[in-house]
Ligand binder design. Sequence first.
Ligand code: SAM
Length: 219
Amino acid sequence: TTIEDWIRSDVYHNSFLIPQDPILEGTLKNSAANGLPDIAVSTSQGKFLNLQARSIQAKRILEVGTLGGYSTIWLGRALPDDGELITLEVDEKHARVAEENLSDAGLSSKCKVILGPGYESMRNLSSENKFDLIFIDADKPSNLKYYTEAKRLVRKGGVIIVDNVVRFGRVADPEESSPNIEGVRQLLQYMKGDKVVDATTIATVGQKGYDGFIYAIRN
Ligand code: SAM
């Protein structure tokens, strides 16, 4: 099987389960037109995030790594009227494009982009107002820092999802080493002894190739 087969497979499944969506297509178009990299979650992954948030009736969501707001929109749409999403982005242009896209999606009042380094922004958030779901998808070498802050900020029973932890299986390949891969390994090493969180990795294959995410619940 080639990547083309997996693109075809995602397109096939999506054609039954996920209606065409001019708003989300517009988000990707506007992001590309502004020169943002094509590294948002896939359509089926975005829908999966939306379903996860709805299945725990999330009212407060935190995202680290906004890009153009594609995953933000999927998550933001899962919120009830009085729900809130905060998304953290270090790149000024990404944040601006995300704000445009969130506005086009009618989500500006529920979804707030905070510009600045994600770790510092997380540190500035109070743990008094906990989150139901935290999605970590920023610079991968900082995974462990984001994860420790996420534990402080997520409610008991809340969910932490970390994207891009499989990386074509390279994370498990002893011959491979790069800051992104080491960022995942560090996180796994830490999680091994962590009694506060219960987790599993789900490997995925689709239009973005072979990857996967960690799904964790705070005890
Ligand atoms: N979650 C987005 C989606 O699926 O639509 C994709 C996010 S993209 C993979 C990673 C983003 O994290 C980029 O926009 C990048 O600028 C941002 N980023 C990188 N380093 C960061 C940092 N230190 N703090 C906050 N965001 C950061």
